[in-house]
Design a protein around this ligand. Sequence first.
Ligand SMILES: [Ca+2]
Ligand SMILES: [Ca+2]
Ligand SMILES: [Ca+2]
Length: 161
Amino acid sequence: MKVGYRLLMMALTVPFLIGISNFKAKAQITTQQWGLTGDIPAPGDYDGDGKNDFAVWRPNNGTWYVIKSSTGQITTQQWGLTGDIPAPGDYDGDGKNDFAVWRPNNGTWYVIKSSTGQIVTQQWGLTGDIPAPGDYSGDRKNDFAVWRPNNGTWYIFTNLQ
Ligand SMILES: [Ca+2]
Ligand SMILES: [Ca+2]
Ligand SMILES: [Ca+2]
């Protein structure tokens, strides 16, 4: 009876303990100092290695500061003006994040395509909207999208080219 009870307890607790140790072994904590007070985080995979890069956009000089995860190298890019909202994403579908901002006062998107360096502008959205870019159509290219707080509606602009 006692042996049976012990075996039962082991059967119940051993998998539980293995589960805990597996959880500990699989978790990893990373911290990275990058950015200043007032910066806006703008994470994304800018170098296309499949890992997100630490990136911030600085409103007072419109500059992006990125640590490339592939090499640890720092990249800076001036793109955007004070008052803009960073809206990074992969708009040209080459697997690399593009520098992009949305300008609230004219509802216009300004993107530098990472594939060609070409600049794309697109009016989409109104003052008061909140940019919410992402790939809504599933073609691996980011779509221009805003969310309108006063009616709770999403407006998606998918470029079909
Ligand atoms: Ca990366
Ligand atoms: Ca891209
Ligand atoms: Ca898309």
